[in-house]
Design a protein. Structure first.
Length: 79
């Protein structure tokens, strides 16, 4: 075996997440798969979504989405 147990565990986690299927936000089916780094395709509704390199949604994307939603809500209340 090579490269150490910790690195092999990290690589295994990344490979499992990039080869698994994710739920589509448009049709609701578990049919979104990674086609290449950052590009995700839904097999049922044929939508193409940009996401993370190894996961469909990253932690920073979730933070940005919630911040944008909060700012839009504040702006709508001010008007």
């Amino acid at each position: 075996t090579r490269y150490g147990a910790t690195l092999r565990k990290l690589l295994r986690k990344i490979e499992v997440s990039q080869h698994s299927t994710y739920r589509c936000a448009f049709c609701g089916k578990d049919s979104v798969k990674r086609s290449c780094a950052g590009i995700w395709n839904c097999k049922s509704c044929r939508k193409v979504v940009a996401g993370g390199a190894y996961q469909l949604s990253t932690a920073s994307a979730v933070t940005a989405r919630s911040t944008i939603g909060r700012l839009r809500k504040m702006q709508a209340e001010a008007v």
